[in-house]
Design a protein around this ligand. Structure first.
Ligand SMILES: Nc1nc2c(ncn2[C@@H]2O[C@H](COP(=O)(O)OP(=O)(O)O)[C@@H](O)[C@H]2O)c(=O)[nH]1
Ligand SMILES: [Mg+2]
Length: 222
């Protein structure tokens, strides 16, 4: 087999597993979001801040993906999430098979929303469907404003882009309009939200977005 054949076989197998995950999530009436970004963009901070705003009305499940440690799972559990940590042991992305393996450990029927925090990486996770409803990419202001065109695949594949750490804008030479404009060129259907997971600025619009997506999904199922 050529390298291309092997890659296609891996992708086909991943797509098959992802379809199974999607069915399990959908049968339980869950909205599932797959969070992708470089390390340090603020995925776990966004989850902490989100949990503070959702857990009084919703049961939130988090699947944490990291090369090693339980650190992110400890952080979200402290804010009221149930869930599981996956350690890839070196792998640069989560796969549908990894999600399938932990489904039995989750109380899907009791949940409303599942957040999957992917391994910190802007490249590898972009082509692996996990069975999610929403694929979302985070960029933060400290990463520089040239990133969308340098990593186009993840923007092609995302439904939502979050531009995080807007509280730092006054201290940086970061052109947020340029970033938003490049994302629009790469994928006009990708919605864009600007917020600070740390200060809470812009969080209300994100929480409304999640609630609306959940209502949309449940509407489709009823
Ligand atoms: N100033 C600022 N710092 C943030 C924000 N969001 C996250 N951080 C910080 O960025 C660092 C990495 O955050 P973390 O959530 O662990 O990133 P992850 O690796 O993507 O999960 C931490 O020091 C956070 O406190 C934000 O909106 N503003
Ligand atoms: Mg994290």
């Amino acid at each position: 087999m050529t390298k291309i054949d092997v890659q296609k076989k891996i992708q086909d197998e991943n797509d098959r597993m992802a379809a199974g995950n999607r069915k399990a999530f959908t049968d339980a009436g869950l909205l599932v979001l797959n969070l992708i970004s470089s390390p340090g963009s603020g995925k776990t901070t966004l989850l902490e801040s989100t949990l503070d705003r959702l857990t009084d009305t919703m049961n939130v499940i988090v699947i944490e993906g990291d090369v090693s440690t339980q650190r992110d799972m400890d952080r979200v559990r402290a804010r009221g999430a149930s869930g599981v940590q996956i350690n890839t042991g070196g792998g640069c992305h989560l796969s549908a098979a990894m999600i399938d393996e932990v489904l039995g450990e989750l109380d899907l029927e009791a949940g409303d929303v599942v957040f999957i925090e992917n391994v910190g990486n802007l490249i590898c996770p972009s082509t692996y469907d996990l069975g999610e409803d929403v694929r979302m990419v985070l960029l933060s202001t400290t990463e520089g404003d040239d990133k969308p065109m340098k990593y186009p695949a993840i923007f092609h594949e995302s439904d939502l882009a979050i531009l995080n750490k807007i509280d730092l804008l006054p201290h940086l030479t970061y052109d947020i309009e340029k970033v938003a404009g490049e994302i629009e060129v790469l994928n006009p259907k990708c919605e864009i939200l600007r917020l600070s997971a740390l200060t809470g600025d812009g969080m209300d619009a994100w929480i409304d977005w999640v609630r609306a997506k959940l209502a949309e999904k449940r509407g489709e199922l009823s």
